[in-house]
Write a protein that binds this ligand. Structure first.
Ligand code: GLU
Length: 456
């Protein structure tokens, strides 16, 4: 593999980064995401002078629009709370803004800008016409009643509805926003607009949702890694897999990896992790997380083989010996130290189901040790790709079977892998899928921006 040097030496990109850092010194996660992309784009910027001439990079790092608003809601005891709501409409060069809504106390503008920025490239990689956006709130859904969740979602949409639309901006789920939340938001949008349109994705099946959307990110991650590993004479068959998280990405990655012949031995939530040497049963995960909305620790109650163990804390999950690691929890969950342990224990491939789960130090460790690295923008694009398929079905006012959607998803993930691998090769970094994904995602957006003139 011809790896790119892990530093920013191009003068143009250095200048843009310096200005960005001066303007947003506190936006740590956003700056981290930008630096990661800039390092990959150096050979492209050098080969294509029209990029600098048209200030493409300066335009790319500044969202087209950022909406911030107040979200007041009342809890079950009658107390009024106020949260902050956001929607970052980052780039619409290739389609309506598209990206999830994150509901988590850690949400701030830095997190949403990092996610929105990544979404531009990810959405471009899907081969479908969707721009990049992200939104959410610092509201914490944990421990809230169903009615509190409904009141929050309705209040959130009471402001957001005026900024979105099926041809403008199509939000979806992310951490803390699942089918239930999308339902309450969709109901409120419909009430306010008197329109039944595909304005949100991840809808319930009777209300215009797509079959296989819930499974899509996790399934897509495995399809992507399977195609990637095939080039290196590897596969999931007979492999030991560790998956962090237990949300919809982790649950369905666990199902697909198992179906492809692997044994998943660990999953986690924000309190701790389960190690089950007999293999995690994804149906139990579904029951605990999707139906009971309970903690992962309760997995022990369903483990009739009595082999599983529960450990407090999250980082320890990366000390478990595995062949393939699929981080599906959250950003920066694998640092350099954890990556070293994974490598020492024989890990051969890492596929990112979460957004930016590996720190730059961790990625450097993977590359130095020739670990196959499927970066988030490419590897977890199956979720948003299937959202775009949901938009297609809504526009055509029909619905496809599970098999049709799943087949399209598989084809898309295979294409994303090859487009990323080819882009890396074209610029002299054969085998570096991280660089290739950034370049392939970027070039399509860049060409559209050049074609559209100096506008959004
Ligand atoms: N939140 C998901 C992501 O990070 C899905 C977004 C969508 O379906 O629009 O890509």
């Amino acid at each position: 593999m011809a790896s790119i040097k892990n530093e920013l030496s191009n003068k143009y990109l250095q200048g843009v980064y310096r200005d960005l850092k001066k303007r947003y010194p506190e936006q740590k996660e956003f700056l981290e995401a930008v630096m990661e992309v800039f390092i990959s784009l150096q050979p492209v910027v050098e080969a294509r002078p029209e990029i600098q001439k048209n200030a493409i990079i300066e335009r790319l790092v500044e969202p087209e629009r950022t909406i911030m608003f107040r979200v007041p809601w009342m809890d079950d005891k009658g107390k009024v709370h106020v949260n902050r709501g956001y929607r970052v409409q980052f780039n619409s060069a290739i389609g309506p803004y598209k990206g999830g809504l994150r509901l988590h106390p850690s949400v701030n503008l830095s997190i949403l800008k990092f996610l929105g920025f990544e979404q531009i490239f990810k959405n471009s990689l899907t081969t479908l016409p969707i721009g990049g956006g992200k939104g959410g709130s610092d509201f914490d859904p944990k421990g809230k009643s169903d009615n509190e969740i409904m009141r929050f979602c309705q209040s959130f949409m009471t402001e957001l509805y005026r900024h979105i639309g099926p041809d403008t901006d199509v939000p979806a789920g992310d951490i803390g926003t699942g089918g239930r939340e999308i339902g309450y938001m969709y109901g409120q949008y419909k009430r306010l607009r008197n329109e039944f349109t595909g304005v949100l994705t991840g809808k319930a099946i009777p209300a215009g949702g797509s079959l296989a959307r819930t499974e899509a990110t996790g399934f897509g991650l495995c399809y992507f890694m399977q195609e990637y590993m095939k080039d290196y004479k590897m596969s999931f068959k007979g492999k030991t897999v560790v998956i962090s998280g237990s949300g919809n990405v982790a649950i369905y990655a666990c199902q697909k990896a198992t179906e492809l012949g692997a044994k998943v031995v660990a999953v986690s939530d924000s309190n701790g992790y389960i190690y089950d040497p007999a293999g995690i049963d994804y149906r139990n995960l579904q029951l605990i997380k999707e139906q009971k909305r309970d903690r992962i620790k309760t997995y022990l109650n369903y483990d009739f083989g009595k082999k599983a163990q529960y450990f407090e804390g999250c980082k320890g999950i990366w000390t478990i010996k595995c062949d393939i690691a699929l981080p599906c929890a959250t950003q920066n969950e694998i640092d350099g130290e954890s990556a070293e342990i994974l490598v020492k224990n024989g890990c051969k491939a890492v596929g990112e189901g979460a957004n930016m789960p590996s720190t730059p130090e961790a990625i450097a460790v993977y590359k130095a040790n020739k670990v196959l690295f499927g970066p988030a923008k490419a590897a977890n694009a199956g979720g948003v790709a299937t959202s775009a398929l949901e938009m297609c079905q809504n526009s055509a006012r029909l619905s496809w079977t599970f098999e049709e959607v799943d087949k399209k998803l598989n084809d898309i993930m295979v294409t994303i892998y090859h487009n990323s691998a080819n882009a890396a090769k074209k610029y002299g970094f054969e085998g570096d899928i991280q660089v290739g994904a950034n370049i392939a995602g970027f070039e399509k957006v860049c060409d559209a921006m050049l074609w559209e003139g100096i506008s959004y």
